[in-house]
Design a protein around this ligand. Structure first.
Ligand SMILES: Cc1cc2nc3c(=O)[nH]c(=O)nc-3n(C[C@H](O)[C@H](O)[C@H](O)COP(=O)(O)OP(=O)(O)OC[C@H]3O[C@@H](n4cnc5c(N)ncnc54)[C@H](O)[C@@H]3O)c2cc1C
Length: 380
């Protein structure tokens, strides 16, 4: 990873070595097989849990390590640095467990967090619907209060990460449709509830081993105790959690960009064309010099945002700028790096090829680049 960063202590770097060893031993040798299958087996989740890679910030009282936020950043960086993005532990750890940590009742935390730490329960979050992605308040899935003790959910979701593997789905619903964004609530839905159904696994251009799916809710009954946070406060709750989610996307994107750069530097030192090393051409040097500079600037801003998150001052605007910059950078970097690989870069067997197709989603999911610009523009 980028040298000279100051946010990590030696113990974080020791943890980084453990995480890297895990991915090298358990993930990378199998990724081609899992990409072909379109899903990562639940067994890997349990192994990751046993190795301490899931939900490290969960307090010890709920089965976690009570680690500081930087441990979570290390996992995201190392995942990004594998050069593949399909093992979607970020959704499970940073988002789903993060929501339960921040908003859950004592009973919800005790029920779910210890099993999420172990990888026995896999989490997903379902906001997006076929007709409503960027405009979250336009969702149509409803949760009707039925007496005092339960909700009945009806609707459908799409593009849901971990949709096939998930045991627990935070489902964003309208509890008061007439109130628009003030009528949104978050409900915990267990995947074995009658009326809950998974649609097909959606084939994608990249992130092929991650299971992205449609979800259907037909009169799914959940107890009122499954309400996460406050009724009708869901939109504000999502908005308060989203900077952290965007920071983790930016972290993965920076690390993936770094990996693309590092493997390309190695490649151009080996490849010989017109009788000399590809890396000796000025075009190659200038391209890589530009990327190196952009990486250095990107890491510096990312580290500033991580420090702000830790001291509680990270704003929606800061996180939007981090996500916009890092995801746009990732797409530019993988494109330039693939170009330097020539035809070999287009071959699926080459890591840069997978990195190119995996990168594209970063500018869309978790809030598109256009939505980031809208948010940033509001601060002008
Ligand atoms: C691989 C993958 C995984 C995902 N995982 C999840 C998940 O786990 N859970 C979940 O809930 N969702 C998930 N999503 C959905 C993702 O968050 C949405 O795709 C994203 O928010 C964009 O919404 P949309 O697809 O409906 O696009 P639209 O909202 O229809 O946007 C279409 C275009 O319009 C642009 N646009 C939007 N608003 C404006 C505006 N005001 N001005 C100008 N242009 C605008 C967008 O940037 C985009 O270019 C995932 C998506 C993908 C592809």
């Amino acid at each position: 990873m980028m040298e000279g960063r100051r946010i990590y202590e030696p113990e974080h770097e020791a943890f980084r070595a453990t995480v890297r060893r895990f991915f090298d031993a358990e993930l990378m040798p199998n990724i081609a097989e899992w990409e072909a299958a379109g899903i990562i087996p639940k067994e890997l989740w349990r192994k990751a849990g046993a190795a301490g890679l899931l939900c490290p910030t969960v307090p010890e009282a709920y089965g976690g390590a009570g680690a500081d936020f930087r441990y979570l950043c290390i996992i995201d960086e190392e995942l990004g640095y594998t050069g593949q993005a399909s093992f979607t532990i970020q959704t499970h750890t940073d988002i789903v467990a993060g929501y339960i940590e921040a908003l859950g009742t004592e009973a919800q935390k005790k029920t779910w967090l210890p099993r999420m730490v172990k990888g026995e329960v896999i989490g997903a979050i379902a906001m997006t619907e076929p007709h409503a992605g960027s405009d979250l308040k336009a969702i149509r899935t409803t949760a009707r209060r039925d007496g005092n003790d339960r909700y009945v959910i009806n609707g459908s979701k799409t593009f849901i990460t971990n949709g096939i593997n998930a045991d627990l789905i935070i489902t964003v619903c309208k509890t008061a449709p007439e109130l628009g964004s003030k009528g949104v609530s978050l409900l915990l839905v267990e995947s074995d509830r009658p009326g809950f159904r998974r649609g097909k696994r959606l084939p994608k251009m990249g992130m092929k081993a991650s299971d992205t799916a449609e979800l259907f809710y037909d009169d799914v009954v959940v107890p009122a105790g499954n309400l996460l946070g406050q009724e009708n406060r869901g939109f504000a709750q999502v908005m308060s959690e989203i900077p952290k989610e965007r920071l983790s996307i930016a972290t993965i994107a920076m690390a993936a960009s770094q990996k693309a750069f590092d493997i390309t530097v190695a490649y151009v030192k080996e490849r010989v064309i017109f009788g000399k090393k590809l890396g000796d051409f000025q075009n190659t040097q200038f391209k890589l010099a530009e990327i190196k500079t952009q990486l250095a600037v990107g890491w510096a801003y990312l580290d500033q945002c991580i420090a702000r998150h830790i001291d509680g001052t990270l704003t929606t605007n800061d996180a939007a700028m981090a996500k916009l910059f890092a995801s746009e950078l990732q797409c530019r970097v993988v494109d330039e790096c693939l170009q330097l690989h020539g035809g070999w870069g287009y071959m699926s067997e080459m890591p840069i090829s997978r990195m190119y197709t995996d990168a594209r989603v970063r500018r869309i999911a978790g809030g598109s680049s256009e939505v980031m610009k809208m948010l940033i523009a509001r601060s002008l």
